[in-house]
Write a protein that binds this ligand. Structure first.
Ligand code: SAJ
Length: 441
């Protein structure tokens, strides 16, 4: 699976690149780029590329998303994205449609969830490959941006080559070549428009020419460094970054449970320990959510189950945190026959509307299961309806009303709306407060 020591791989790539410099395709001045998947990553990428002069066609299987983008609208919350999309559409640089058109570059930015048993589910990537395959004529660059298990870029190439026997992925014969690369996205939801341009970017091709083509593409809009490697290392680098964060959050979450047992304020403890010049402990919370950190480490575990003990344990520690929060809520609600519980926040983290893999949803679901008599009100300023899994289990409330009438208040997300002078919980006596984020200390 592995190519040997990192330096060797890099040196090999560099040497190959030097040899192949003469064959390098000149970067296209104003390429047509088809971005397949107009979600949290694809749509911002499409808008940024359009703002840098590319002719961008966004592709999505969801007709509502296509219609929204063509109307210059954004179907989810992300700061500064609205203005970028409406300007890109207004200027003619971006339009959306259901099927991939002929293009110079294809960017695949579709979900890569996991299926039962934490096995990667590549069905969206496969569907994107099949849709792209019919549009290819040769000479194109296909970039996989979706966070993927090691080896997926090769699978993308293999799948497309099986569909298109008239084309080649390695240029070893006279058939027209298609170039394949991985360029993992590394942007933080809530700061996507800034980080897309400012962050360093890793690009790794199946061939040195593909790496170079990807470098030229991302160099056209990234102000950060473009770091070149091979596809497998690029895939793994993304998984490693998110696993690193997961392991560190697991450490903070484990500390919070230990401190609770010992009667120590974990927030004070972490603040003190972080004064050490080489200690930087992250923040405990109700668990880890989102479509990245809660998912990606499993791709490493699935690829190397025997040797990923720490990565697996971190996932288990973080996944057990919602249950621990629920135990505390149940204990606080015990003395009420019909406890009223206000759960503040449902998103996977502060100031976003993204509910994917959110530990807050799991907490609310488990409370309703364990306390069937409870009246649960969820306050989530960023959504207008509860997700399906909570229908009939809780109702959507308003911040002040829900807090004032509650016996138990559980802070699950540190949204701006729940912080500062707007909500002084000290002035509401007689309530059990469970602050999973340390926001109201
Ligand atoms: N969290 C904590 N304590 C912390 C930090 C985070 O409990 O100290 C929780 C959050 O509440 C949330 C989860 O972890 O539930 C993940 O949030 P996050 O802000 O750490 O990360 P994401 O998922 O929004 O974005 C991550 C980023 N990866 C890293 O920071 C290594 C981002 O750069 C990636 O592009 C993104 O995953 C992705 O798409 O993979």
């Amino acid at each position: 699976m592995k190519d040997g020591p990192l330096t060797t791989t890099h040196e090999a790539v560099a040497a190959d690149q030097a040899v192949e410099t003469a064959q390098r395709p000149a970067p296209l001045a104003s390429p047509t780029v088809a971005v397949v998947g107009l979600g949290y990553i694809g749509l911002p990428t499409a808008a940024v590329l359009a703002s840098c002069g590319a002719r961008v066609v966004g592709v999505d299987v969801n007709a509502d998303t296509v219609a929204a983008v063509n109307a210059g609208q954004v179907p989810f919350v992300e700061p500064d994205l609205d203005a970028a999309v409406s300007e890109a559409v207004r200027s003619g640089g971006l339009r959306a449609q259901a099927v991939p058109p002929p293009a110079d570059v294809y960017i695949i930015a579709v979900p890569t969830p996991f299926a039962a048993g934490h096995r990667p589910d590549l069905s969206y990537v496969e569907a994107a490959c099949d849709a792209i395959a019919v549009a290819l004529t040769g000479g194109e660059l296909v970039v996989l941006e979706s966070t993927s298990p090691p080896g997926t870029t090769q699978l993308v190439a293999d799948r497309i080559m099986i569909a298109r026997k008239d084309l080649s992925a390695d240029g070893s014969d006279n058939r027209p070549q298609v170039h394949f690369a991985h360029a993992p996205e590394r942007v933080l939801p809530g700061r996507i428009m800034h980080e897309l341009v400012a962050n360093d970017r890793i690009v790794g091709g199946l061939t040195p020419v593909a790496t170079e083509r990807a470098r030229a593409l991302y160099g056209s809009f990234c102000k950060g460094k473009i770091l070149m490697t091979d596809a497998l290392t690029a895939e793994m680098s993304k998984l490693v970054e998110n696993s690193y964060r997961d392991v560190n959050i697991a450490f903070a979450n484990e500390l919070s449970v230990i401190c609770d047992q010992m009667g120590i304020d974990v927030w004070e403890l972490i603040e003190l320990a972080n004064h050490h010049p080489r200690v930087d402990i992250l923040r405990p919370g109700p668990g880890v959510g989102g479509h990245c950190i809660a998912v990606d480490p499993w791709f490493i575990v699935a690829a190397e189950p025997k040797h990923s003990r720490l990565i697996r344990t971190a996932r288990e520690v973080n996944d057990s945190k919602p249950g621990w929060v629920v135990d505390r809520v149940v204990a606080a609600a015990e003395r009420y026959r019909k406890p009223r519980i206000a759960c503040l926040g449902l998103a996977f983290k502060a100031d976003v509307d993204d509910l994917r893999e959110s530990p807050a949803i799991e907490v609310v679901r488990q409370i309703s299961e364990q306390l069937p008599n409870a009246l649960i009100e969820v306050v989530e300023p960023h959504v207008s309806a509860l997700p399906e899994e909570l229908l009939g289990k809780a109702k959507l409330g308003r911040l002040w009303q829900s807090v004032e009438t509650a016996d138990v208040v559980v802070l699950l997300v540190d949204h701006s709306e729940f912080k500062g002078e707007g909500l002084n919980l000290g002035s509401i006596p007689g309530k059990a407060i469970i602050d999973t984020r340390g926001t109201w200390r």
